[in-house]
Design a protein around this ligand. Structure first.
Ligand code: SF4
Length: 359
């Protein structure tokens, strides 16, 4: 990195300290998208560290992932969904990552006992889908992805499988240059097995380049729907025009705008990237005024230990929330309000709505 951008000796030494804690990795593809001379360039800010990462406000697990771990590398928080942490490796290490505690680092959170995870899914018939995430699932060899598909396809109650990957923006060549991957997905989907979906996250319109569009087209041609979980990030996309360009660009590329997530209060992330919820609502509502229905299908949401909470809007000084996916299924749909100033950028970590969870 130091050979690509100009750093003062002090900056270099501070960034070396950060790199010892959270590794730096950027693809040539992404380096070519950034203005390396401009510290405020949104692409540069997302993928190259700043000294704001020395700020320790926040926590490393902000949505209760440890509590939802049922077997090594398998989380089960929402009744219909099992989550597999298939790898801790990514093509790039995003500075805003909410799994910063594990990506690119030695850890015990990734899937080690595949058979144990399969047995858990088999024994829980309420699970209708599996999300294979990480890290970046597409950093695994295609032969490994084929094994995931083969084993999961034997479970009769699974209706669909999702792969989480950032490679559409970070390394689209991973998809474009691997004919075997596209053949695997095409044959799998044509055989009536649980349908493959891809979930990605693209946060800035400049990340949608011809290679990204080509990768999406190839996935689409194999019967794979691509959806996007954008993260709302200070200095990156907290701007009406940028958000509109992003959402329109996603639709134009054949990607479904799915969620717009509030940036979590993650240690070494919150200070750099989180805006207040009230500002988020105002910004998104203004952007939605300029967007057609297809481009504003996303929900503004945050992932909290009690569930995925939709930030519905502002009613005077009160923020209105709705539990979209609840850890305790019976809480789904619960609505509540909170003073916008009191909420700031996040909800209290100990927020509880369920009688069960209080007991
Ligand atoms: S690609 Fe995803 S998992 Fe990997 S560092 Fe970026 S946000 Fe985190």
């Amino acid at each position: 990195m130091a050979s690509c951008i100009h750093l003062s000796p002090q900056e270099r030494s501070e960034l070396e300290e950060i790199a010892k804690i959270h590794p730096i990795r950027v693809t040539r593809h992404v380096m070519d998208l950034m203005d390396k001379e401009d510290p405020e360039d949104p692409i540069r800010k997302m993928y190259l560290p700043s000294t704001d990462e020395l700020d320790l406000t926040g926590a490393y697990d902000t949505s209760g992932e440890a509590d939802n771990t049922k077997a090594g590398g398998l989380q089960h928080k929402y009744e219909p969904t099992a989550l597999l942490l298939s790898t801790n490796i990514c093509a790039i290490y995003c500075r805003y990552c909410f799994r910063k505690r594990m990506v690119g680092l030695p850890n015990t959170e990734v899937l080690s006992q595949f058979d144990e995870a399969i047995t858990y899914i088999e024994q829980n018939p309420e699970i209708s889908n599996v999300l294979i995430s990480g890290g970046d699932s597409f950093m695994l060899d295609t032969s490994i992805l084929a094994q995931f598909l083969q084993r999961l396809s034997t479970i009769p109650h699974l209706k669909f499988i999702r792969f989480g990957t950032k490679t559409l923006a970070s390394l689209p060549q991973r998809i474009i240059e691997d004919e075997e991957l596209i053949r695997l997905f095409r044959e799998h989907n044509a055989s009536g097995k649980p349908r493959i979906n891809v979930v990605t996250h693209i946060n800035h319109p400049r990340e949608i380049v011809p290679e990204t569009m080509e990768a999406v087209s190839l996935l689409n041609s194999a019967g794979v729907t691509v959806s996007c979980q954008t993260v709302l990030l200070k200095g990156i996309n907290d701007d009406v025009q940028v958000l509109c360009q992003l959402m329109n660009g996603l639709v134009e590329a054949g990607i479904v705008p799915y969620y717009l997530f509030q940036c979590r209060p993650v240690k070494r992330v919150q200070k750099s990237f989180q805006i207040s919820l009230a500002d988020g609502v105002r910004l998104i509502e203004e952007a939605k005024g300029h967007l057609a229905g297809m481009a504003k299908r996303f929900k503004y949401a945050l992932s909290h230990p009690i569930g995925k909470i939709e930030i519905v809007g502002l009613l005077g000084s009160e923020l209105v929330f709705k539990l979209h996916d609840a850890k305790y299924t019976e809480d789904t749909g619960t609505m509540f309000t909170m003073d916008a100033e009191e909420a700031g950028g996040w909800l209290p970590a100990d927020l509880s709505l369920s009688k069960d969870s209080v007991a």
